[in-house]
Design a protein around this ligand. Sequence first.
Ligand code: NDP
Length: 272
Amino acid sequence: MSTNEFLSSLFSLEGRTALVTGGTRGIGQKIALALAKAGADLILIQRNLDNQDTATEARQLGRKATVVQCDLTDKVQIGAIVQKITGSEDAGGMGLVVDILVNCGGIQRRAPAEIFTDENWSEVLQVNLNAVWTLSRDCGAHMLKTRGVGSTNPRGKIINIASLLSYQGGLTVPAYAAAKHGVLGLIKALSNEWSPKGINVNGISPGYIATEMNTALIADPVRSRQIMERIPIGRWGAPEDFEGAVVFLASRASDYVCGETLVVDGGWMARC
Ligand code: NDP
């Protein structure tokens, strides 16, 4: 077997379809395009259909890319979206099969805990945890029907994006920390139920990554430098740093990895 054949047998996503949230920009965009480069077709859940950048780039790679409108804050929309995507065309669905789910959409709201509003709490919990739960449950149920014990189909893969704040409390981000701790628990709980049934549920925890989510921190030169100096690898993370982790967790290479969360943080967590 040649090197290329070996790598392809481990990591190729050809013939697979990945549903990705948060794929319009930042980490999610690079994750979606990495899956496309590895061979996967894409279904992109976006609140704004005007942004077709990721879908266009995926099509230029020769992949199918379907953009589906859904606001992660809208419980009703989210509750119906997987049925709409995977339901039969006769029943008004799109008739698509989802093999890989990546929940990457997320928001951040900052304020001292004593003045943190219920509105911000609910919004952050809805986008960062409730939507992750609903999409995991509904895609998981769909995957259980399309593969499973004894099936020759490749395993289903669910990858939920967690955070360093899945392990730490942070400052002025109580809702975000609570939601991301919840994501970690959900990964383990779903993995316990579904790993015997043909689905791997895992996560990725980003460290400090230079995206729009961190605009305020990056704009503060003192704070930005402090963070950089605290990161053993000596730089902020970039969205491209997630390409390898997501292709690994989406591919056959990780078939025996279950309920795990890969920390991609330039060494931040390991540093004492
Ligand atoms: P960005 O702010 O760059 O991107 C956020 C993405 O989420 C966008 O695609 C955005 O879509 C989408 N999104 C937000 N709200 C909604 C909504 N209501 N409905 C639909 N889509 C929505 O974030 P990052 O790329 O930095 O973060 C990606 C993930 O990584 C998040 O889960 C985040 O919590 C996590 N993370 C990030 C870290 C970092 O340092 N950047 C650190 C740890 C974790 P739109 O373009 O429409 O706004």
